[in-house]
Ligand binder design. Structure first.
Ligand SMILES: N[C@@H](CCC(=O)N[C@@H](CS)C(=O)NCC(=O)O)C(=O)O
Length: 188
């Protein structure tokens, strides 16, 4: 299996964690969304190639890998909802990040980007008040949340100063080897 992606993407990080946990052999091929060697028809990362099969979304990649080794992927609907919730925030935050990076467009210059920033903030406030449990690793919803929070701090997308439950949640994940081993390089 070959996983295409960057060391900084939180979507890719989740896939790398699941592949590491699975114990399966895989090769990581460093690629950005715009690299010509990225095989994804959606021109995003991650992308997974497994023999004749190609997977172009982190969720299908994670499900495929978990299925292969008999590990569950979000059978509980509440957990699945949390996973979707975190995905929505992650998509919004990455949208804001890429508008700034690619077009130099700041949220103060766009009503829609302002809305995306507000969406991330209200979502984080809601998550701060949720009982997220203390088991590490939790479900894929929790692993995804840890990837999102770490990415947001790394890219200075939000501040967790007044969100001590989320800080504590992330601190527990930082102590998990599969998580710490997949942290984005500080130079990126
Ligand atoms: N739904 C996709 C989202 C992946 C995604 O947004 N990846 C970002 C990198 S973090 C990307 O490749 N963006 C390129 C672009 O939007 O042009 C997934 O879960 O894999």
């Amino acid at each position: 299996m070959e996983l295409y992606g960057s060391y900084t993407s939180p979507f890719v990080r989740h896939c790398r964690i699941v592949l590491l946990e699975s114990g399966l052999d895989f090769k990581f091929v460093e690629a950005t969304s715009t690299d010509t060697h990225n095989p994804s028809p959606t021109k995003k990362v991650p992308y997974l190639r497994d023999g004749d099969l190609g997977f172009s979304d982190s969720s299908s990649i994670i499900k495929h890998v978990r299925d292969k080794v008999g590990q569950p992927f979000l059978p509980d609907t509440r957990e699945f909802d949390l996973y979707c919730f975190v995905n929505t925030l992650m998509d919004a935050a990455i949208n804001v990040f890429l508008f700034e990076k690619v077009d130099g467009l700041h949220p103060t210059e766009s009503k829609y980007l302002t809305r995306q920033v507000a969406r991330v903030e209200s979502g984080l406030t809601d998550l701060e008040g949720q009982a997220l449990g203390s088991a590490v690793p939790g479900s894929d919803a929790h692993i995804r949340l840890a990837c999102f929070l770490a990415w947001g701090l790394f890219r200075r997308r939000f501040d967790l100063t007044d969100r001590r439950h989320l800080v504590e949640f992330l601190r527990r994940y930082d102590a998990w080897p599969a998580f710490s081993q997949t942290a984005p390089p500080q130079s990126a």
